[in-house]
Write a protein that binds this ligand. Structure first.
Ligand code: TNX
Length: 488
C-alpha cells in the first residue's frame, strides 16, 4: 500500500486530496451498461445497482464552465464516500475507468479530482502480424494495454510479402497458400541466412469480429491494413495472375526487406483488391482502411508493356506514376462504401485522394510537408515512433532492425499542430514472439501515449519519476517490459 497516485498519460489537471475510498466486491456501481461491465472487469467490483456510496459514472451534457470535455474528455472525483465521474460520451467514461484502474492501489482509490481530455484525436499503435502471426489471445491482451494508456487506435498490418493473415472467403488461396512460408531469416537480415522452419497462421473473419468487439468495449478502434501494390508477394504466391509474370511461381517470401515483385496494374487486379476490401470492411467497422502504398519498387512496372500502356491510357508520363492511379481507384471504392482510405507518405508525390489520411513515416520533415499540403496527417516518423528499433546498442539488447531509439527521444517528440495525431510502429521482423513485442513496446508506448494525449510542456525527468511509480501496475499485469535505463 501507499503507492503515490500516478496517471500515465498525465491528466490535464489532477489534485490529490487526503484519504481514500475503499472498494470491494460489494461496491455499488452505477454506469451505462457496457461501461459498468468494463469497470467491474478492471476493478473487480461486483456492483449492486443503487449507489449513494459507490461508483457512479454518468453521461453529462457537458455544459459546465470552461472548455467542454469533448469527444474523449472526462471528470473524476474520488472522495472517501465514493467515486463520481462524468463525460459527454461513452468514450470519455471508458478513459475515466482506465484512470481508476491506474489509481487503484489494492482495494483503495486515493481521493483525487481530475479533469482530463486529449490533445490529439488519433493515438495509435501499429502491430505487424504479417511478418510473424502473433496469437489471437495476445491481440486481445495488446488491445487491453493500449486502452490502459488511452491509445484509441490499433493499426493491424495484416498482409505483407512474408504472410497473408486475413481470411478472404472469396479467395481461400490467400490464406491456404499465402499464410505459410517455409523458412525465416536467422540473425540479422543483412546476413542473408534463413532457416527451414515453417511459419504460418491467419485469423478467420469470425475471430477478427470477436477482436473488434472486444476492442470496441474498451474504446479502441481497429484500422486494418492491406498493403498494396508493393509488399504483396504472399498474395502473388497464392494468385500468380496478380503478378507481372503469371508464368512465374513465387514462394511466400522467406527474407525480410522489400520484394521486387509487385501487383500488376490490370483492371482485374484492382477488382481483386476491391473484393478483398469489401470483405475487410464488413469485418472492421472503423471509418479508415489502410491501403498501403509504401516502398513500391518500380522495376516490374517499368518493364511491363501492359503497365506502360495503362500509364499512357491514363495520360500519365510513365509507369512510375501508376501508384497514384492505383491508390485513387481503391480510395474511390472505399468512399463508395462510406469509408476513407489511409496511405503511407510515398503517396504525397503521387497525389493523395480527397479525404485520405497520410501516415508520414519517413522523417518528421515529411510530417510537416504533408501538413503544408493541407492533408490529414498522422505523425509516425521513424526516428521518433518506430518502436521496433532497439532503445540502445548495448550487446544484451535483443536483435533489432536498427538500434537507437531511447525512450527520451520518443517522449521528446512534439508533433506539429494540425496533425490528426501520432502513432507508434511495431514492425515485427525481429519480434517473433509476444514477449519480444512487449519488451519493445513498453514502456516506450506509454511515453508516446503521453505525447498524443497530454498538452503542455514535457519534462522527461518528471515523466520518468511518474513512470517509475506506475511500473508496479505493469508488473502486476505480467507485462514483460524493458526496464528503464538508469536516470541521467
Ligand atoms: C519500412 S514503414 C516498412 C516496413 C518495414 C519497416 C522496418 C513502412 C511503411 N514500411 O515494411 O517493416 O520499414 O522498420
Amino acid at each position: 500500500m501507499g503507492r503515490p497516485p500516478t496517471v500515465v498519460p498525465r491528466p490535464e489537471t489532477m489534485h490529490v486530496g487526503e484519504g481514500h475510498f475503499t472498494f470491494g466486491p460489494g461496491t455499488a456501481v452505477r454506469a451505462p451498461d457496457d461501461i459498468g461491465d468494463l469497470l467491474r472487469e478492471v476493478l473487480g467490483v461486483a456492483g449492486g445497482a443503487a449507489a449513494d456510496e459507490g461508483i457512479e459514472l454518468s453521461l453529462t451534457r457537458d455544459n459546465g464552465p470552461g472548455p467542454g470535455l469533448g469527444a474523449e474528455g472526462y471528470r473524476l472525483r474520488v472522495t472517501p464516500d465514493g467515486v463520481r465521474g462524468e463525460a459527454a460520451t461513452p468514450a470519455g467514461l471508458r478513459w475515466a475507468v482506465q484512470t481508476l484502474r491506474q489509481l487503484a492501489d489494492g482495494d483503495r482509490l486515493p481521493c483525487v479530482e481530475i479533469t482530463d481530455r486529449p490533445r490529439h484525436a488519433w493515438r495509435g499503435s501499429l502491430l505487424d502480424v504479417a511478418r510473424w502471426c502473433h496469437p489471437l489471445p495476445f491481440l486481445y491482451r495488446y488491445v487491453d494495454l493500449l486502452a490502459l494508456y488511452k491509445l484509441n487506435t490499433l493499426h493491424l498490418h495484416l498482409t505483407d510479402d512474408q504472410g497473408w493473415r486475413f481470411e478472404v472467403e472469396r479467395y481461400p488461396r490467400l490464406t491456404e497458400v499465402g499464410a505459410f512460408r517455409t523458412g525465416s531469416p536467422v540473425g540479422h537480415a543483412r546476413d542473408r541466412r534463413t532457416d527451414e522452419v515453417p511459419h504460418g497462421g491467419f485469423y478467420t473473419q469470425r475471430e477478427l469480429r470477436g477482436l473488434v468487439a472486444h476492442a470496441e468495449r474498451r474504446g479502441v478502434r481497429i484500422m486494418p491494413e492491406i498493403d498494396a501494390p508493393g509488399h504483396m508477394q504472399a498474395a502473388i504466391a497464392a494468385h500468380p495472375e496478380l503478378g507481372n509474370d503469371p508464368a512465374r511461381r513465387l514462394p511466400v517470401r522467406r527474407e525480410w526487406g522489400i520484394s521486387s515483385h509487385v501487383l500488376n496494374a490490370a483492371d482485374e487486379t484492382v477488382a481483386f483488391v476491391r473484393h478483398v476490401l469489401d470483405e475487410l470492411t464488413d469485418v472492421f467497422p472503423f471509418r479508415y482502411v489502410h491501403i498501403g502504398g509504401d516502398e513500391v519498387p518500380p522495376h516490374e512496372w517499368r518493364a511491363s508493356p501492359a503497365a506502360r500502356r495503362r500509364a499512357a491510357e491514363e495520360g500519365l508520363p510513365g509507369p512510375d506514376q501508376l501508384l497514384g492511379w492505383w491508390s485513387a481507384r481503391l480510395a474511390r471504392h472505399l468512399s463508395g462504401l462510406g469509408r476513407r482510405a489511409a496511405v503511407w507518405d510515398e503517396l504525397i508525390e503521387h497525389g493523395v485522394p480527397e479525404g485520405t489520411a497520410v501516415f508520414a513515416w519517413r522523417t518528421s520533415e515529411r510530417v510537416t510537408l504533408a501538413l503544408r499540403q493541407g492533408l490529414d496527417v498522422i505523425a509516425a516518423p521513424q526516428e521518433r515512433t518506430y518502436l521496433d528499433w532497439s532503445e540502445s546498442d548495448a550487446p544484451q539488447e535483443p536483435l533489432a532492425i536498427r538500434a537507437g531509439l531511447p525512450m527520451s527521444e520518443v517522449y521528446g517528440y512534439a508533433p506539429p499542430d494540425g496533425v490528426l495525431g501520432v502513432q507508434g510502429q511495431l514492425w515485427s521482423e525481429y519480434l517473433p514472439t509476444p514477449e519480444l513485442v512487449e519488451w519493445r513496446a513498453f514502456p516506450r508506448l506509454a511515453a508516446l501515449a503521453e505525447v498524443g494525449w497530454s498538452a503542455g510542456g514535457r519534462d522527461f525527468a518528471e515523466f520518468r519519476r511518474r513512470l517509475t511509480a506506475h511500473l508496479p501496475l505493469l508488473d502486476a499485469l505480467g507485462v514483460g517490459y524493458r526496464p528503464l535505463e538508469p536516470a541521467a
